[in-house]
Design a protein around this ligand. Structure first.
Ligand SMILES: NC(=O)c1ccc[n+]([C@@H]2O[C@H](COP(=O)([O-])OP(=O)(O)OC[C@H]3O[C@@H](n4cnc5c(N)ncnc54)[C@H](OP(=O)(O)O)[C@@H]3O)[C@@H](O)[C@H]2O)c1
Length: 291
């Protein structure tokens, strides 16, 4: 039995789809408010709970052999990125789980002090490595599925908002490829007890993204490019009324201010371990946007 957290999210729903195509037994950890009917249709077991609640995690882990942790932070990195994953790892140990796959983030080891999600992910990575469990830690760059909404907006308006340096590099990964890598990690020997950076096959600059949209929709992009200090000004003001929200924006700022791309050797290594070719961003977008 696999336990998948974040099963209604961008990565999680694809992980469940692949596991069910392989006729694996899957328990999906979802909230009552989650949109989980697709998971039910695919024959997954639905476990309703909240990852902020330790007892729910304890119950969900009973009888499980593999855990794939893909949930997001929902604005609270401490409770969800950190505490929920630590509890999942503790429960994995108590229940004799054979394998733990953890979705971290590219750059988790760079020591970004202002980014609660990055800090939480790094601590969980360390805890998992010291746990004695078999594991794979995947550190993805940006997910291609996140760009679909922006692409739809571009289709209507021809506009693209790009905050910060347009020349910053990124390796957007196909969310389908990442889900496949997460699922295959439990059985592919080269992935055992590894931390792997996961990106797409090409190193893009951030301004390449509206150019790709432009090609797909045959439209010249209008790029709106405010400088990063506008975000800093906004954060300063937000801090006066909502210090918690100001803190969470630190992760967003870190994502905007830095480069997140995989080196060619890392991509070659990934393709060799999992024996398939990663999909370029344009191909992923064309498949989903049906153009
Ligand atoms: N997005 C990126 O570009 C990116 C890049 C690198 C790494 N990552 C990492 O990849 C992982 C997945 O990202 P994603 O974009 O696929 O996430 P997502 O689409 O935002 O999905 C988040 C999932 O977490 C679930 N969740 C949130 N709070 C929960 C709670 N209290 N109890 C139970 N479930 C809860 C959500 O359930 P509901 O459906 O109920 O909301 C949803 O299924 C995250 O760990 C993220 O840090 C993402």
């Amino acid at each position: 039995m696999f336990l998948v957290t974040g099963a209604t999210g961008g990565i999680g729903r694809r992980v469940v789809r692949l596991l069910r195509e392989q006729h694996q037994q899957v328990r999906t950890f979802v909230r009552l408010s989650s949109r989980y009917s697709e998971l039910e249709h695919r024959g997954a077991e639905i476990f309703i709970g909240d990852l902020r609640c330790e007892r729910d995690i304890q119950k969900a882990c009973r009888g499980v052999r593999y855990i794939i942790s893909t949930h997001g932070s929902d604005g609270d990195a401490l409770a969800l990125d950190y505490r929920a994953n630590i509890e999942l790892i503790d429960q994995a140990k108590s229940n004799g789980v054979e394998y733990f796959v953890f979705i971290s983030v590219l750059g988790a080891d760079r020591g970004y002090e202002d980014a609660p999600v990055f800090k939480a992910k790094r601590e969980v990575e360390r805890y998992l490595q010291a746990s004695g469990l078999n594991y794979t830690i995947l550190r993805p760059a940006g997910l291609a599925s996140n760009l679909l909404v922006l692409a739809e907006r571009f289709r209507e308006t021809g506009m693209y908002l790009l905050i910060g340096d347009p020349k910053n590099r990124t390796s957007i990964v196909s969310t389908d490829d990442l889900a496949k890598i997460a699922v295959d990690s439990v059985s592919v020997i080269g992935a055992r007890n590894q931390i792997l950076s996961v990106g797409g096959p090409e190193i893009l600059t951030r301004e390449d993204i509206p150019r790709i949209f432009g090609r797909i929709f045959n439209k010249e992009p209008t790029i709106i490019n405010p400088p990063l200090f506008l975000i800093d000004g906004f954060r300063g003001l937000l801090g006066i009324v909502n210090p918690q929200a100001q803190k969470s924006l630190g992760t967003f700022r870190t994502l905007l201010a830095n480069e997140f791309f995989c080196k060619t050797e890392e991509i070659n290594n990934l393709e060799a371990i999992f024996a398939f070719h990663l999909e370029p961003l344009e191909s992923f977008l064309r498949r989903y946007l049906a153009v």
